[in-house]
Design a protein around this ligand. Structure first.
Ligand code: CO
Ligand code: ZN
Length: 365
């Protein structure tokens, strides 16, 4: 229990930190602090990715672990005369999630200003309007101000970043809920795994990537600069083990262990996990007694898709943490799935030897 309490504390700190795509400073600070002392070297690249390096015992195989630190959010798009603030989405929102939320606006001085997302009151809507979802462009943030000047004086202007105000808490059993589990749960897993690495042959590069939610951007440049031999991306995946989803629509189940993605995305946008690497992950899980599931995600993809296409190609796999209500403030996952994901990373990486690589993948030309 002690171990998962530590993991919960880390996940809580990561998820509650501010860090929408492109404005990841606060969460980056938490990550750098966690990794100092656990790595041979930690640095931040020009786009803001955190990279931590741990030297292996020999062979020189370069293994990249990735999870993204950014979360979806908003920018201030417009402030009206009365001090109401309109939003532009950053990443993929489902509009009905947004109404009624409490949000935080990051000001120029770095402080957070709280507000609530309101709309025209339902009592004033016509019958046919009440039956429709209110689109994001008709929602506004009320920070309690009465004029545009009052808002601007706080250091809020067009482009100020906005996230959801949401505390992470425990539910029953080992379930937790909060915002930004996508993908701070992945970040927690790779940090946890990195700290427990011991005696592996390969050199490990941990990447906590920026700007995944707006096009897999941080991972693309990090993979280019690190030029890895193998990529292991950790992200959350849809768990539709909920009412209304048919068993045949299932992608993954919360509490069933990490989901090894066989394929995701559509056509050119996704990743087909390298079959040799998939087999190694399955063997590692079986031998270490780690439960796992195989999953196919028909839409959406992860950083793994761009890591795989770096330079002359990088055999890559995606390990996913099953998560309910993704891209909402009430994402739900199981702490043991995060823990098992961390263990699987370590077990798989132990098996990524130069000898395995040359036998299964081939040497580099
Ligand atoms: Co996402
Ligand atoms: Zn994600």
């Amino acid at each position: 229990m002690a171990r998962s309490d530590g993991l919960y504390d880390l996940l809580k700190r990561l998820t509650e930190a501010f860090g929408i795509s492109g404005y990841e400073d606060e969460v980056r600070g938490v990550i750098v602090e966690e990794l100092r002392g656990a790595a041979d070297k930690v640095w931040v690249d020009r786009l803001g990715n955190v990279i931590a390096y741990k030297k292996g015992s020999g062979g020189g195989l370069r293994v990249l672990w990735d999870a993204h630190m950014d979360e979806i959010g908003f920018f201030v798009r417009y402030i009206d005369d009365k001090g109401f603030i309109y939003l532009s989405p950053v990443g993929g929102w489902w509009d009905p999630i947004v109404l009624g939320q409490r949000v935080r606006i990051l000001t120029d001085s770095g402080s957070l200003v709280y507000g609530v997302v309101g709309s025209k009151p339902p009592h004033l809507l016509k019958q046919e309007e009440r039956e429709k979802v209110v689109p994001l462009d008709r929602l506004f943030v009320d920070i309690g101000a009465s004029s545009r000047e009052e808002v601007e004086k706080l250091g809020i202007h067009v482009g100020s970043p906005v996230d959801l105000d949401r505390e992470t808490i425990r539910l029953q059993g080992d379930r937790v809920t909060g915002k930004a589990m996508d993908d701070r749960a992945g970040v927690a897993a790779i940090i946890e795994a990195f700290k427990s690495l011991d005696g592996q042959e390969a050199d490990v590069y941990l990447v906590a990537a920026v700007q995944e939610e707006v096009g897999l951007k941080g991972a693309r440049v990090a993979a280019y600069s690190l030029s890895p031999d193998i990529g292991l991306a950790v992200d959350v995946t849809t768990a539709n083990d909920v009412p209304g989803a048919e068993p045949k629509e299932q992608v993954a189940r919360v509490g069933g262990g990490p989901a090894l993605t066989v394929a995701d995305g559509r056509a050119s946008s996704g990743l087909i996990t390298h079959p040799k690497l998939l087999r190694l992950l399955e063997a590692a899980a079986r031998e270490a007694g780690i439960p796992y599931q195989l999953s196919i995600l028909p839409g959406g993809t992860t950083d793994g898709a761009v890591i795989a296409l770096t330079r002359e190609g990088v055999p890559t796999a995606t390990i996913s943490i099953p998560t309910r209500y993704i891209h909402s403030p009430v994402e739900v996952l199981s702490l043991s799935d995060v823990e098992y994901t961390a263990r699987l990373l370590v077990e798989a990486t132990k098996r990524l030897t130069r000898e395995w690589y040359e036998r299964e993948i081939g040497s580099r030309h």
